[in-house]
Design a binder for this molecule. Sequence first.
Ligand code: B16
Ligand code: MG
Length: 213
Amino acid sequence: MARHAFLFDLDGVLVDTAVFHFQAWRRLTRELGFDIDEEFNETLKGISRMDSLDRILNHGGVTLTPEEKTAFATRKNDWYLELVNQMTPVDVLPGVEDFLKAAKSRNIKIALGSASKNAPVILEKTGILPYFDAVIDGNHVSRSKPDPEVFLKGAQALGVSNAECVVFEDAYAGIQAAKAADMYAVGIGTTEVLSNADIVVPGFEEITPEQFV
Ligand code: B16
Ligand code: MG
């Protein structure tokens, strides 16, 4: 089956906002009296905001009421947005814009499939929004990756079947979601972390759209 559509994760694939998430979560955990490291941060990639907070609180052995959790998640997001608002086209990861451009010129349909509720502002700030035919983000889904919902909705929005889609993902849970949706999964990162992907590449500078259609 020919593949006509590309679905992109956002954080860690198109831009490196994982670093900003880490800084903002860390600021929060320090206020709560514990710390997280980069290895733990890896387990939060692709996971929704509230699920991330639950994992973090569990990690630190801290229990909060639902109201407190909402308040802390909002604070973390405010700090995160301070960093996101400083983003410019320079923050798009190497090779990404050329890859999007080449896919567009081949009439490949393009959608975003991200857990982030901040995806629209990030795409706008970095100037890559015009490449997207559809944007499915954390505001459109009720189930986090590894559930395939975000990618199934992406295929639907583009009007293509699941088997026609290629997913580009940097998180283990995201690859699980792509495979659960019966899509071809390209891992962006290392085979140690993304052992469940169909193929793993270090980034977009090494690949062209032709390789996946
Ligand atoms: P927000 P992705 C995910 O984005 C991040 O990887 C994850 O760390 C974050 O918690 C999640 O978005 C929610 O983000 O707080 O902005 O709604 O990798 O699915 O693009
Ligand atoms: Mg990601």
